[in-house]
Design a protein around this ligand. Structure first.
Ligand code: GTP
Ligand code: MG
Length: 452
């Protein structure tokens, strides 16, 4: 049914999992490029979006996919660094991702960030598959580059096969402990009831055809209705990152999940203090199959439709917030759209108290996750904001009544240079970490020691 192809948008697939379990490598393999080689310490510093057209997917999946069975245009993959809270990927109060790939190192099994990701997937009700990665590291493995996993498994010794099986059943057991009934994907009849586990290797690409097939099948079968959007409607998106770009000033890397954004459109963007009303000066798109974070040469486009990653250049974006909504005004009134953006921001609730610590985080989603973690730990918050640590934050922290509250907890943020001397001269303790629970633990330990 080809009439659908114009009106169904690309499903958004978030790739998440513990640090080093192979998210970026898996996307590299799918993308056929080696983005991770250009990364500092092979750690992905930012979230990126990569559009993989159906043609490419069916090419990779080979015999497993018949492209004429599908009318979705492809898949839009979003990479998340392991230390980055997946909750950043929010949209209209829910999850930005339609589906997710949870990458688990087949030898390591579940790790802290795997658990963190599972919690968020459960809370947002996001369907997901598990990529049991690095099967090639099984002792005695006989690699079958790019082959479907069952064919590859037939080529292994009994010993290698049983070692892999053991690891896979360990992961299936861990999923069950987390409340998800799971099995190897070819044994799953109903992907709405059971989580499919796909054994694969990002290094040798064996099992990657299977993953792509399962993802296409999942989105085709269960999400087709949600993928039917008004492609000409006013664009809606989520800011992934605010970035200075030479010649453009502050720009916002955005995932558009509904409608269309055109050059010259008036837009409203969630800002640090209030919604920003501005006009699109340029829409910059990475080339197909390129990575939005590393591609230097952007292509200027007249319009961009969902789902896609796009860099928006417009005046006054320097106060924009990662995780915040972007809305095209089009044939509505600006006030109407401002109210919409405000209402969405108000959903991200952070309860503040008269006494408490100062919290800074890189995105709205991670701020929300920090607030949740601190609430559970019964640590009150005086002020919570998105952004780097500024002199103002130190001044606020200093006003705390209790010594233990004279503290700033920073998640994925830096101490601004002009705040360094303030911090030295103030009686304020700074905690920084890239793992939320560690940040909270560090603070709790500090309070304990102080009370001794
Ligand atoms: P973060 O972005 O830091 O969270 O890590 P990541 O999950 O993106 O992991 P990445 O893809 O950077 O891979 C981490 C390391 O594992 C790298 O050295 C990869 O080469 C290696 N690796 C990833 N996948 C495989 C695989 O299938 N087999 C083998 N042998 N090594 C792999
Ligand atoms: Mg990575």
């Amino acid at each position: 049914d080809h009439t659908h192809a114009d009106t169904l948008r690309t499903p958004i697939v978030a790739v998440l999992g513990h640090v080093d379990h192979g998210k970026t490598s898996l996307l590299d393999t799918i993308r056929g490029s080696a983005v991770s080689e250009g990364e500092a310490g092979a750690i992905t510093q930012h979230i990126g979006a990569t559009d993989i057209p159906l043609d490419t997917i069916s090419g990779m999946a080979g015999e497993l996919i018949d492209p004429s069975d599908f009318d979705l245009p492809g898949l839009l993959f979003i990479d998340t660094p392991g230390h980055h809270s997946f909750s950043t990927l929010r949209a209209r109060g829910g999850a930005l991702a339609d589906i997710a790939v949870l990458v688990v190192d087949v030898n390591d099994g579940f790790q802290p960030q795997t658990e963190e990701a599972i919690d968020i997937l459960r809370r947002t009700g996001t369907p997901f598959v598990v990529a049991a990665n690095k099967v090639d590291t099984t002792p005695g493995w006989n690699p079958q580059d790019g082959e479907p996993i069952q064919r590859s498994m037939e080529a292994q010794s009994e010993r290698a096969k049983s070692m892999l099986d053991e690891n896979l059943y360990e992961i299936i057991g861990q999923l069950s402990d987390a409340g998800f009934s799971a099995d190897l994907y070819w044994r799953v009849q109903d992907f709405q009831k059971n989580i499919g586990v796909v054994p694969l290797s990002a290094l040798t690409a064996e099992g990657v055809p299977d993953l792509l097939t399962v993802l296409m099948g999942l989105s085709q079968r269960f999400m087709k209705e949600e993928m039917a959007i008004d492609v000409r409607g006013p664009g809606e998106g989520t800011v992934l990152e605010v970035k200075d770009e030479r010649g453009f000033g502050a720009t916002v890397d955005t995932v558009v999940y509904d409608g269309v954004i055109r050059n010259g459109d008036q837009i409203v963007v969630g800002g640090q203090n209030e919604p920003i009303v501005t006009e699109v000066r340029a829409l910059l798109r990475p080339r197909p199959l390129a990575e939005i974070r590393t591609e230097k040469e952007f292509e200027k486009v007249g319009e961009i439709g969902a789902a896609a990653g796009v860099k928006i250049a417009a005046p006054d974006l320097d106060q924009a917030m990662a995780g915040a909504p972007v809305r095209v005004v089009r044939d509505r009134t600006v006030d109407e759209v401002i109210e919409e953006v405000k209402a969405e921001l108000a959903e991200i609730e952070v309860d503040t108290a008269e006494n408490g610590v100062v919290v800074k985080a890189d995105t709205l989603g991670s701020l929300e996750a920090m607030a949740n973690a601190l609430r559970e730990a019964e640590v009150p918050i005086l002020r919570a904001e998105v952004g780097d640590i500024a002199p103002r934050d130190i001044a606020v922290a200093e006003t705390a009544n209790q010594d233990e509250h004279k503290a700033i907890l920073g998640f994925n943020v830096d101490l601004l240079q002009n705040a360094e001397s303030d911090l030295e001269n103030a009686d304020v303790k700074l905690f920084k970490n890239e793992v939320i629970y560690q940040l909270v633990e560090d603070y709790e330990r500090y309070v304990e020691e102080k009370q001794r």
